[in-house]
Design a protein around this ligand. Structure first.
Ligand SMILES: O=P(O)(O)OC[C@H]1O[C@H](O[C@H]2O[C@H](CO)[C@@H](O)[C@H](O)[C@H]2O)[C@H](O)[C@@H](O)[C@@H]1O
Length: 259
């Protein structure tokens, strides 16, 4: 990572050279105990809309969440989104969705997993159709159980599926999913094509996105602690929201480093 105390990204006269990609949980919004309890800061949709205009439309949320969930949190705003760790995508209103019916074994596994975790108080199954997350934030003592359950499920499903590790979560999803891949797909399409990517994320799934962004000579930003290949670091989602707000209103994007 660079040692500079402050980054001064592009003035608005050059902002159409850049594409901005933003992770959701732990990056734009704070981590909370339950997946369905996440809250969007009321000022955030307006800040993102302003940035989207500044960037000529080249702003997308890149998340492990489904597009439908993110829309429910940002309504009436409909941002470009790479959802489900890149399994689905919306660009300029055009949708590329993942069909759960194409994953019949995963669907059967979802029902089985509900039964397996039922006796474990605080372990939550988040069924997202084409992926299934097993959460243990409310039951940290069940971490090993949750991890073993996720890995056993993938073992049973075969090589078309993998486990994505995250913050107090293990997700079972198609092996082809990846944030790097979906960022690459965005960069092949207008208005993202040919631009320098900027990507902020906080978690293991985002490291794959950082790899792609670094390969394009872009700016990768890790939110919070942990080992990373990101080139810059910010402390909290609130720090990032502040930076985005400054960029939206003043034309610069200052990142105070924490490490
Ligand atoms: O790619 P992201 O937008 O960062 O999404 C990653 C996963 O985030 C969510 O889980 C995490 O946030 C929850 C709410 O704060 C928290 O309770 C949980 O412990 C975290 O792992 C979400 O529920 C998953 O579907 C996303 O894949």
């Amino acid at each position: 990572m660079r040692e500079a105390a402050l980054i001064q990204p592009p003035p608005f006269s050059q902002s159409e050279d850049y594409a901005l990609f933003l992770d959701f949980d732990g990056t734009l919004v704070d981590i909370v105990e339950r997946p369905d309890a996440v809250m969007v800061d009321p000022a955030l949709p307006g800040i993102l809309t302003r940035l989207q205009e500044r960037l000529g439309g080249a702003l997308a949320i890149i998340s492990g969440r489904p597009i439908e969930f993110l829309d429910s949190r940002f309504r009436p705003h409909l941002f470009d989104i790479g959802g489900l760790h890149g399994l689905e995508r919306r660009v300029g209103g055009e949708l590329f969705l993942c069909d759960p019916d194409e994953h019949p074994h995963l669907r059967q596994m979802a029902a089985r997993l509900e039964e397996i975790v039922a006796p474990k108080r605080g372990v939550l199954i988040e069924d997202k159709g084409c992926s299934i997350a097993i959460h243990w934030r409310l039951a940290p003592q069940e971490k090993d159980f949750a991890l073993e359950t996720a890995h056993a499920a993938v073992q049973a499903l075969g090589p078309d599926y993998r486990v994505q590790h995250g913050k107090a979560v293990a997700e079972i999803l198609p092996a082809a999913a990846g944030k790097g891949k979906v960022i690459e797909q965005f960069l092949q399409q207008e208005p993202y094509r040919g631009r320098i990517p900027i990507f902020a994320g906080d978690d293991l799934t985002d490291e794959n996105g950082f790899k792609t962004v670094n390969a394009h000579g872009g700016l990768s930003i890790r939110i919070g602690g942990g080992e990373t290949i990101a080139r810059e670091r910010l402390g909290t989602p609130s720090d990032l929201r502040h930076c985005l707000s400054v960029w939206a209103t003043e034309g610069t994007l200052p990142f105070d480093r924490i490490s």
